[in-house]
Design a protein around this ligand. Structure first.
Ligand code: ATP
Ligand code: MG
Length: 491
């Protein structure tokens, strides 16, 4: 799959406008991009190959360089502008076929992350700029992670999409009708709540947005909650922008004290706003005034949607949620026909009718797996690689000088270990034991074997397991096989 691709494909899919997409021109001024993922090219390729339903399903995968003009590239390997992605693409006849492929790929990816030896889980995620209608992220929990994951028993979700039950708030009693309260100069929730001696959650906060050209929508959440832009986009089913001051002024009144009562706008009320058991304070759409005793439904019409960001103290099934940071090591998507439609990827079904191909895509960041392993298992001495992804299997340290008997023994052991199929890092440098051991711990190869004068005397080879630094020994006879056996049982 080419890294440099005609920009035309990306214009067709609608992804040319993505800021992270590197764009360039050749000497004839033709436009190209550097692929940030592979959907456009792979779908075009499949479109030229697949004719009939008999050609489906298919799964393609590759390891390929991807380029992204990241807004915040980070030192290290977590977020680089050029990185290798392992990605797979599934092509099916229909949504049911896609579900089967998706589940099979998810299972295969579960096993890959298990085999890699990192701690991970799958979290519900946003589809974002990939398009489509379903997504899971593979998350490796660790402090260095850039993602916030909401965790509850049996639940993992990126905070971008997470849902939870809010803590109830003590509301003042409803009044027979809304009543004006003077709030001169008070424009923030905290100021108004303090002045009225109410919890912030007893106020409603209005967030005016525009969908399309000028479809004005007033999003309303509890005063102690925040609108979540990702959830709002999903709930609205389209992109939106914040309304400008002049648009707010024209529809409601001066920004600062706006609210849903009497608003000439659709009101989207967050699902976290409890409807009975009291009344709320809202902006009055007039300067320096709020309304109290306001009851949603009686005093303004609304539709309900879950559009707030969950917060500590929220619960799921009565259990408190927890937030933790994690590295996104993989991400899988149900794309549906998002790409097959613009790229013209179709097939003829049993009745000879043209149908769109249903797609999924499945990405892994190998460098991030390495980063996650380092973050999760390192200690004050250095890295501790899981054996499946360690750069070497065994770190053989010889303390014997060239020509010595112990050096001969370690050279022999090196050959025997290699013959077992293990990859051996052989430290035969002219350096002291302290330096060699410290370097071995820093590099983090899962098993260290040391051969020195003591080995000859004791008839045993000293072993150190890097994880937990447990010591062991194996007899000289059959040492290579014993070491290979030990290695098999390492994490
Ligand atoms: P992020 O949200 O961290 O920017 P993404 O959601 O944009 O990542 P995807 O498009 O889902 O990334 O790409 C698939 C996988 O490729 C990611 O799960 C991640 O492991 C890896 N990846 C993405 N961007 C980078 C990057 N800049 N450097 C290294 N690996 C990356
Ligand atoms: Mg992703």
């Amino acid at each position: 799959m080419p890294v440099m691709q005609p920009s035309d494909l990306w214009k067709r899919s609608g992804r040319y406008k993505i800021d992270e997409l590197f764009k360039l021109r050749d000497r004839r001024d033709a436009e190209f991009v550097l692929g940030l993922s592979g959907e456009e090219v792979v779908t075009t390729h499949i479109a030229s190959l697949v004719r009939s339903y008999r050609d489906l399903p298919q799964i393609l995968y590759h390891f390929q360089v991807k380029e992204r003009d990241e807004p915040r590239p980070r030192a290290g390997v977590l977020r680089t502008r050029e990185f290798v992605m392992k990605d797979a693409y599934s092509f099916d006849r229909d949504p049911e076929g896609l579900s089967v492929s998706y589940d099979r790929l998810a299972l295969a990816y579960d096993r890959i992350f298990d085999r890699c030896g990192i701690d991970w889980y799958r979290a519900e995620a946003d589809v974002g700029s990939m398009g489509g209608y379903g997504s899971d992220e593979y998350m490796a929990p660790c402090a260095a992670g850039e993602n916030d994951v909401v965790v509850a028993p049996g639940y993992h979700a990126n905070v971008e999409v997470a849902s939870a039950d809010p803590q109830p708030v003590q509301l003042p009693a409803a009044l027979t009708a809304p009543e004006e309260v003077s709030t001169p100069g008070l424009t923030t929730i905290d100021q108004v709540a303090a002045a009225l001696e109410l919890p912030a959650g007893a106020l409603l906060k209005a967030y005016p947005v525009i969908v399309g050209e000028d479809d004005f929508i007033l999003v309303v959440v509890r005063g102690d909650h925040q609108v979540n832009d990702v959830k709002l986009r999903i709930a609205l089913g389209s992109a939106f922008r914040q309304a400008r001051a002049d648009e707010i002024e024209a529809r409601l009144g001066p920004p600062g004290s706006i609210g849903p009562v009497g608003a000439q706008a659709r009101v989207l009320l967050d699902a976290g706003v409890q409807i009975d058991g009291g009344a709320y304070v809202v902006g009055a759409n007039r300067p320096d005034l709020h309304l109290r005793g306001v009851v949603p439904g009686r005093d303004f019409d609304y539709e309900v949607a879950d559009v707030r960001t969950v917060v500590p103290g929220d619960t799921r099934d009565g259990q408190p949620i927890r937030m933790e940071t994690a590295i996104e090591v993989g991400n899988i998507f149900k794309l549906g026909t998002y790409y097959s439609e613009p790229m013209g990827a179709t097939y003829l079904d049993q009745n000879g009718v043209t149908q769109l191909i249903w797609m999924g895509c499945y990405g892994i960041g190998p460098a991030r797996i390495a980063a996650a392993a380092v973050e999760q298992f390192s200690d004050e001495h250095g890295i501790s690689w899981p054996r499946a992804i360690a750069p070497f299997d065994v770190h053989l340290v010889t303390l014997g000088k060239p020509g010595s008997e112990e050096r001969e023994l370690s050279d022999r052991l090196y050959d025997e270990l290699r013959a077992t199929g293990l990859q051996i890092l052989y430290d035969d440098r002219d350096a002291g034991p302290g330096e060699k051991f410290a370097d071995a711990e820093l590099l983090g190869v899962p098993l260290r074997a040391t051969v020195g004068r003591r080995t000859l005397a004791a008839g045993e080879i000293e072993i150190q397991l890097r994880r937990g630094q447990e010591s062991a020994s194996v007899g000289l006879d059959g040492a290579a096989a014993a070491i290979a056996d030990l290695w098999q049982r390492l994490p």
